[in-house]
Design a protein around this ligand. Structure first.
Ligand code: ZN
Length: 144
């Protein structure tokens, strides 16, 4: 039996060529433990179909991706006693595997995860921020 070999690590997991600790298996999505977790239970939710980025994913799958992530988070709270969740999705930069994956990281108060989105800064002026917001609004893609 010939088997398609892919350069994509997640496709190889989905094809069974690489083992993973599966957390969720559904028609459109699979979730498995990240091999280098921020905290135990840190899970990646991955569409079965290969999409490199969100831009390549059908709009109709975006909501279900978050839905699957929410189910994983619910399980993390039940199993790990997690109080909350950090949902994250790196696109291109810091995206170690070029196959869309939603990080679902269990959080608890005092878990020490900080500095991730810091240090923060302030805009130099209200005018600067207003101008920037206006340029972002003007550049929004048309809502489908
Ligand atoms: Zn892939």
């Amino acid at each position: 039996m010939s088997r398609v070999t892919s350069d994509c690590v997640f496709d190889r997991v989905l094809e069974g060529d690489l083992s993973a600790h599966l957390v969720l298996e559904e028609d459109e999505f699979v979730a498995f433990l990240d091999i280098r977790p921020v905290f135990d239970g840190h899970t990646l939710v991955v569409p079965r179909a290969h999409y490199g980025t969100l831009a390549e994913m059908p709009e109709a799958l975006l909501g279900p991706l978050l839905g699957a992530g929410r189910r994983v988070a619910t399980a993390q709270r039940a199993v790990l006693g997690a109080e909350g969740t950090f949902f994250a999705l790196n696109e291109v930069v810091s995206q170690s595997v070029p196959h869309v994956h939603l990080h679902v990281v269990p959080r608890s108060h005092g878990d020490g995860l900080r500095g991730f989105l810091w240090p923060r800064h302030r805009y130099p002026s209200e005018e600067f921020a207003s101008d920037l917001a206006g340029r972002l609004r003007a550049a929004l893609p048309v809502q489908p």
